[in-house]
Design a protein around this ligand. Sequence first.
Ligand SMILES: Cc1cc2nc3c(=O)[nH]c(=O)nc-3n(C[C@H](O)[C@H](O)[C@H](O)COP(=O)(O)O)c2cc1C
Length: 331
Amino acid sequence: MSVTPRLLLAPMEGLLDARLRAVVTQAAHYDWCVTEFVRVTGTVLPARCYTRVAPELLNSSRTGAGVPVRVQLLGSDPVCLAENADQLTQLAPAGIDLNFGCPAPTVNRHRGGAVLLDEPGLLCDIAAACARAVAGRVPFTAKMRLGVRDASRAIEAAQALADGGAQMIVVHARTKEDGYRPPAHWPWIARIAEAVPVPVVANGEIWTVADYLRCRSESGLADVMLGRGAVADPLLAERIRAALRGEPAREPGQDWVRLAPLVIEYWQRVLGHVEARYAAGRLKQWLNLLRRVYPQAEHLYRQLRAVRENDEVDRVLRRECGTPGALGVAA
Ligand SMILES: Cc1cc2nc3c(=O)[nH]c(=O)nc-3n(C[C@H](O)[C@H](O)[C@H](O)COP(=O)(O)O)c2cc1C
């Protein structure tokens, strides 16, 4: 087992967009992150569709902090996905990932995401067509769940993806029917990893260092992809690395001083990119996860909960996070 595991930042549509990726990857380093999915249905998407989801493509496919950004595709037609993979490859992403995990009914109704796990033949065709299109120019990976209703075909699905040419598989250890309900079934990841000839990365329900260590022991894998846990605690990757070096754990509250400026930076990025009426909602969405870990975020969330006006959000943020002696520093 490697001493310095690969830690990846998960794709999360509607939550972890380029703005949040920018600040979360400033807080801690990741080996790479993956964008929200780009849905492919019948046409070759123009470059602007890719740079909208992954503006990092205009920055050598890296976040401002230098973390490589891979772009995720979702679809079910091997030919169309391959044509888009070729188009996307020309934009030089840090990698291309295929989504076989999305449980959203609208996506699944159109035969996209996790429902395809019941069709290993199609999984293999999609992976093979995309691998041919990418032709080794950029890394090519896939992300899957354990199955649709149960895990009985999980190994078959993973083997199909590897046979098709996926160079690495991230396994979110739940079925589509499980949704996001705990637990994640980490021992299943061990079975899959034993059965495929490509590296496997464990994903699901890692919120703390203790979760990471349990996942590592149950999956047998050190490499993990962090999702909601990394948004709730942007220093989680750093805490995991510190624990593996044998350093004592820090109370998250002590670290708020590092996060407060990032909350302000995120707010500024949101104001610059998101329609004004949605801006406060985006900030509160992040704070709602941060408050699971940081008491100061709970305080801030309460101050902002009823606030609708962006000017007022601004005032509260500057009061609570922005000035020496305020929440950010006093904690
Ligand atoms: C709001 C949200 C959006 C997500 N969007 C995507 C997506 O676009 N592509 C994908 O492969 N997985 C997506 N996922 C799944 C996550 O990448 C990850 O597999 C899942 O959240 C389990 O990891 P976690 O328990 O660490 O959050 C999403 C999850 C959430 C909560």
